[in-house]
Design a protein around this ligand. Structure first.
Ligand SMILES: [Zn+2]
Length: 388
């Protein structure tokens, strides 16, 4: 067995501890955050926990090395997606190693990366760092990058802001400089119910929702004109993903709601498209609806949103990441990260982490030992570069 196939005892211990916490986004992540804070305290690193309003979840932020602005931040989310309805052949919240692969919910997305960071930390503590190392571990990333926002506020308010950030989302250790942004919206159509035999006296919420969905399809077409070949597909997209409405065939439906999302290219304004949709709803559909019944209305509600990421792959930081990760190819990914939010805060952000999103969110999620060891090597290179 070569070194790349062997999992160190430290890494195994960290990964099995992290995987054992069920940090599905709907659950509390505090037990995991406390365990990490305890470990940091043992290494002499003070950490800050930034709680949600209910104090059921927290971000963890820590800094080591010299004080002041600058340095590198290692960032990852602590929550995982649900295992509900998935057919797992191993226990999802337990570490299982087999054939050079480490199984468990979150092993790839992204507790494998967190375990590598924790494993590498003693080296950073012993090193004579010439710049600060920041750690940013968030909650509720999987439900729309919600938790990290208070962490970004914390960094913005702090006088010690990192200059660069590496997010360890699973990219098979290939450096990534960009992804699309996303906006999720819910549309609620309130019609007017009546017996279906008198259909013209009612306002059919499903039929008006259908008109709106038709408009969404129409609005998709002009988006194709604005292309950026660095992304796949190379243009922004819109789609309706969930719908429900109505109660019985002989009742004109009172209510219908549907959820839609837009995945948009960097440098594009998602609001232009949503504005066109709202304008159609309020100026074209609503007058016709209210002519039949004045209580009819259409509401739009934001579900989640995160900005796109586009960092210059020719920047100094990108060139350093090429060296640390020992891979020269820079690319983009289809999934989103917290990177756009860090970027908005003025922190140059790139994505590079162990494992692949081919395994993320699926049953029998795994990260290979070889990928974990490549990540440890990257952190080793980073530590060396950050040291005097
Ligand atoms: Zn993730």
């Amino acid at each position: 067995m070569s070194d790349s196939d062997t999992l160190s005892c430290e890494l195994r211990a960290h990964l099995s501890q992290l995987l054992a916490f069920d940090t599905t986004s709907r659950e509390s992540n505090l037990a995991l955050i406390d365990a990490i804070a305890d470990y940091l305290a043992k290494l002499g690193i003070e950490s800050t926990q930034i709680y949600n309003d209910e104090r059921t979840k927290a971000n963890l932020y820590a800094r080591l090395g010299p004080s002041g602005n600058g340095g590198v931040m290692l960032s990852g989310h602590t929550d995982v997606v649900p295992v509900d309805g998935q057919d797992w052949s191993v226990e999802p919240f337990k570490f299982t190693e087999s054939d050079g692969k480490c199984y468990g919910r979150g092993s790839a997305d992204m507790k494998g990366f967190l375990a590598c960071v924790l494993t590498a930390l003693p080296k950073f503590v012993q090193a004579n760092l010439r710049m600060p190392l920041h750690l940013a571990f968030s909650y509720d990333e999987e439900v729309g990058c919600l938790g990290v926002r208070s962490l970004v506020d914390h960094l913005n308010a702090s006088l010690e802001k990192p200059a660069m950030c590496i997010i360890g989302e699973p990219t098979s250790m290939q450096p990534v400089y960009g992804h699309k942004g996303k906006v999720g919206m819910r549309c609620k159509v309130h019609g007017h119910a009546c017996h279906s035999a008198y259909a013209p006296s009612g306002v059919n919420a499903i039929e008006y929702a259908a008109k709106l969905i038709g408009k969404i399809t129409e609005l998709t077409e002009p988006l194709k004109a604005q292309c950026d070949e660095r992304f796949e597909p190379p243009y922004s997209t819109l789609q309706t993903g969930v719908i429900y409405g109505g109660s019985a065939l002989n009742i004109v439906p009172q209510y219908c709601q549907f959820d839609m999302e837009m995945r948009y290219l960097p440098k594009m304004e998602a609001s232009t498209t949503f504005h066109a949709l709202e304008q159609y709803a309020h100026e074209t559909l609503l007058p016709a609806m209210q002519k039949v019944h004045e209580s009819a209305r259409i509401e739009f509600e934001s579900l989640s949103a995160y900005p796109p990421l586009l960092t210059d792959p020719q920047s100094e930081f990108a060139n350093w990441l090429r060296q640390w990760s020992e891979s020269s190819e820079f690319g983009t990914v289809a999934f989103g990260t917290e990177g756009g939010l860090f970027d908005e805060a003025g922190i140059a952000t790139l994505v590079c982490g162990p494992g692949s999103m081919d395994q993320g969110h699926k049953s029998d999620e795994f990260v290979s030992v070889a990928q974990l060891n490549r990540c440890l090597a990257m952190l080793d290179n980073l530590c060396h570069w950050m040291s005097l």
